[in-house]
Design a protein around this ligand. Structure first.
Ligand code: ZN
Ligand code: ZN
Length: 412
C-alpha cells in the first residue's frame, strides 16, 4: 500500500468512523500541524464527499512556538489570540464537527523556562475552557487523531534518518488503526462493539471501588454511585454516533474525586504539551495528590498539579488490556493518544459528565457533590502493564478479578 493510499484510508476513517460527519455539517479542524497538510487535504476531500458544507483549518507550527519561547518577552506568556478560542467555541455551539490533529515533539520545550511553559499551558487551557465544556458534554461530534510530524518521529525512532523515521511512525500509527484489515471501517465497528460489551458488564456491576496492584502501584479508587463506563464509540446529545479517539482501545469511567488512596507509579513517560515527565509516582490521600516525585520533569509535574484544586485529583480511570495492538507493537509513542491506548491509565483533572448517570444535565456544583472532579486540565498518564492486577470491590467489600497480569479476567 503506498503512502498516498494510506493517507486516504486514514482520512476516510477519520471522517466516517471518527467524526461520522453528517451531510450539511461544517467541519472545523481546530488543531493541525503544518507538516500534516497532505493528511489535512485528504480529510477535506473525504469531508466534502460526505456532504460537508465547509471545511476550515486552524494551523499550528511548532517552530513558531519555539521562536516565541526563545525571543518573546518573558512576561508575555499570558498573551493569547482570543479570536481563535472564540472561533472554536462558536463552531462547537453551532454543532460543527470538530477535529483535533495532535503531533507534538516531546522535547520541544525541554530547554525553556518552566515558569513560562506553565503560564503558556495554563493560558491555553483557560481560553480553551468554554470549547472543552461543549466537548465534555458531547454537544457535537468530535475526534482526536494524530499525524506523524518530524520532531515527534525523531523521538520515537531516533536511529532512523528523518524521512525514514517519519514514514516508519506513519506506518506504526496506521497499523494500530487497523488499516491493514480488508475493510478497516468494518473492523472498527466490530472492535467498538466489543468495547461496548465490556462497558455494559462493568456498568452493570456498579463496583464501589477499583483496586490496582502492580510494580510500584497499590491504588484504590472509589467510584461514585451511578458511574457509567464508556468506550469505543459515543453519542452526541443530538444523536450522532461518533468515535472520539482514533485509535481507541480503552473503556473508562470517573473515579470519585475524594476517594483515591495509595500510590501509583507511571508505567510510561508522559508528554505534557512538549515537556516530558518520566519515572514518576504520585501518592493519594482522600483523592488528592499529597506527594509527587519524578526522575525527569518534576518541576513541570508539580506545576501541572498546582494548576487548580482539581488538577491534583483524578477525573478518569481507564482499562486497557496489555494485548491491545498498541501495547503489542512495542513502540513507545511519547504521545498520550497512542500510549494511553497501550495501557490502563488515569487522568489528572476534570471528569467527563457523561460518565455519570444524569451528569450532562448537572451544573458543576451538583456534579462535584456527586463525586465528579472539575479542573481546567485533563491529562492522562499510564499505570498499566503486563504485570497489573485490577480488582472490582463491591459495596460489601468483596473483591472480584477485573484484570489479571494485564488481561481481562471476565468474558462478555
Ligand atoms: Zn483515557
Ligand atoms: Zn483522558
Amino acid at each position: 500500500m503506498n503512502f498516498q493510499h494510506t493517507l486516504q484510508t486514514y482520512a476516510e476513517l477519520t471522517v466516517k468512523v471518527g467524526l461520522n460527519l453528517q451531510p450539511g455539517q461544517r467541519l472545523l479542524i481546530m488543531r493541525a500541524p503544518l507538516e500534516a497538510a497532505p493528511l489535512v487535504r485528504e480529510i477535506a476531500v473525504s469531508a466534502y464527499k460526505a456532504g460537508a458544507r465547509l471545511v476550515d483549518v486552524m494551523w499550528g507550527d511548532e517552530e513558531l512556538v519555539l521562536a516565541r519561547f526563545q525571543h518573546a518577552p518573558c512576561d508575555s506568556f499570558e498573551e493569547y489570540p482570543v479570536w481563535r478560542a472564540k472561533g472554536m467555541e462558536e463552531a462547537a455551539r453551532r454543532g460543527d464537527a470538530l477535529l483535533s490533529i495532535t503531533g507534538v515533539s516531546p522535547d520541544l520545550l525541554k530547554d525553556q523556562d518552566s515558569d513560562s511553559v506553565s503560564v503558556y499551558q495554563r493560558t491555553r487551557w483557560e481560553h480553551m475552557g468554554p470549547t472543552l465544556e461543549h466537548i465534555k458534554r458531547n454537544a457535537t461530534n468530535w475526534t482526536v487523531i494524530a499525524a506523524p510530524v518530524p520532531g515527534w518521529a525523531a523521538k520515537v525512532f531516533p536511529d532512523l534518518p528523518p524521512e525514514a523515521g517519519q514514514a516508519r511512525l506513519g506506518e506504526a500509527m496506521f497499523e494500530v488503526c487497523r488499516r491493514r484489515q480488508a475493510d478497516p471501517a468494518a473492523a472498527w465497528e466490530a472492535h467498538t462493539k466489543g468495547l461496548a460489551a465490556r462497558c455494559d458488564y462493568l456498568s452493570h456491576k456498579g463496583y464501589a471501588a477499583l483496586k490496582f496492584t502492580g510494580p510500584g502501584t497499590d491504588l484504590t479508587l472509589g467510584l461514585p454511585e451511578g458511574h457509567v463506563w464508556t468506550g469505543g464509540s459515543d453519542i452526541t446529545t443530538t444523536g450522532i454516533t461518533f468515535t472520539p479517539n482514533l485509535p481507541t482501545e480503552e473503556v473508562f469511567t470517573l473515579p470519585h474525586r475524594d476517594r483515591g488512596e495509595g500510590v501509583v507509579s507511571a508505567s510510561r513517560p508522559l508528554n505534557y504539551m512538549g515537556s516530558l515527565i518520566e519515572d514518576f509516582a504520585l501518592t493519594f490521600d482522600e483523592g488528592r495528590v499529597v506527594k509527587a516525585v519524578a526522575a525527569k520533569g518534576e518541576p513541570i509535574l508539580r506545576k501541572l498539579l498546582d494548576t487548580d484544586d482539581g488538577a491534583g485529583r483524578l477525573g478518569e480511570v481507564a482499562l486497557v488490556p496489555h494485548s491491545s495492538p498498541i501495547a503489542q507493537a512495542g513502540t513507545l509513542f511519547y504521545e498520550s493518544l497512542f500510549d494511553e491506548n497501550a495501557a490502563s491509565h488515569v487522568a489528572l483533572g476534570s471528569a467527563y459528565k457523561f460518565n455519570l448517570a444524569g451528569g450532562t444535565a448537572m451544573g458543576d456544583d451538583e456534579f462535584a457533590a456527586a463525586g465528579g472532579n472539575h479542573s481546567l486540565v485533563h491529562v492522562d498518564f499510564m499505570l498499566g502493564s503486563g504485570e497489573m492486577d485490577v480488582d472490582g470491590i463491591g459495596e460489601d467489600g468483596t473483591a472480584e478479578p477485573v484484570m489479571r497480569v494485564g488481561e481481562w479476567a471476565f468474558d462478555v
